[in-house]
Design a binder for this molecule. Structure first.
Ligand code: PGA
Length: 248
């Protein structure tokens, strides 16, 4: 089984003062031996600050989105090379907020994942169904279709991905999937990865969607839940550390 991975997704939150204080508290709490991997995905403008503070610590960092283009006339975009310039290890691609508010398609998400992989930045590929899709019994079909686009593009590099199952109805709502509900979908994704890659066990499948200090341990005990993608609770050091400890 792969080492567990806990990733904070700060979303569009933070300030230089807030980040410094949050990271100081998190790093202070990471004093013992770590058996899991930990990272924070931060707004791109703060990558330099996080690099400065977290270099040489067990905490890795990454971004929340990236351009498919290498460079040039793409106003407002940030390239993979720019993320690498700040030693970013991860980039979230296809978060439901990007799919919903920025019209990102499965093809665009796959292209972003490929751009990241090509330069050695690990994409965290998000998939997940809406409440309406779940209620109409389409959960499996939806997540498989979202992941298929990326697997198809990644081919033999599929084992380099991190996948995050984030039911849209659970994100920021306080309504977490039960461990059984989450495990059922993770098992579907694992089977899909196995069919595509001999190294599917290496792929970390994270759960995200109102994971918090109280429910993390139960979720992380499930056979195919290899970590968490944490939004709200990653902005509070004690909560984030409790989740890290549950994975450790
Ligand atoms: P949440 O967000 O933990 O605040 O629900 C998770 C995410 O969207 O990555």
């Amino acid at each position: 089984m792969a080492k567990k991975l806990i990733v904070g997704n700060w979303k569009m939150n933070g300030s230089r003062a807030f980040n410094a204080s949050l990271l100081a508290d998190v790093l202070q709490g990471l004093d013992g031996p770590m058996s899991c991997d930990i990272a924070v995905c931060v707004p791109a403008v703060y990558l330099g600050q996080v690099m400065q503070i977290a270099s040489g610590t067990p905490l890795a960092w990454g971004a929340q989105d990236v351009s498919v283009h290498e460079q040039g006339a793409y106003t407002g975009e940030v390239s993979v090379a720019m993320l690498k310039d700040f030693d970013a290890h991860y980039v979230i691609v296809g978060h439901s907020e990007r799919r919903q508010y920025h019209g990102e398609t499965d093809a665009a998400v796959a292209a972003k994942a490929m751009a990241a992989l090509a330069q050695g930045v690990t994409p965290i590929v998000c998939v997940g169904e809406t409440l309406e899709q779940r209620e109409s019994g389409r959960t499996e079909e939806v997540v498989k279709q979202q992941l298929a686009a990326v697997i198809h593009a990644a081919g033999h590099c599929t084992s380099e991905l991190v996948v995050a199952y984030e039911p849209v109805w659970a994100i920021g709502t306080g309504q977490t999937a039960t461990p059984e509900q989450a495990q059922a979908v993770h098992a579907v994704l694992r089977a899909q990865l196995r069919a595509a890659s001999d190294n599917a066990e290496r792929v970390r499948i994270l759960y995200g969607g109102s994971m918090n200090a109280a429910n993390a341990a139960d979720l992380l005990q499930q056979a195919d839940i290899d970590g968490g993608l944490i939004g709200g609770a990653s902005l509070k050091a004690p909560d984030f550390l409790t989740i890290v400890n549950a994975a450790n």
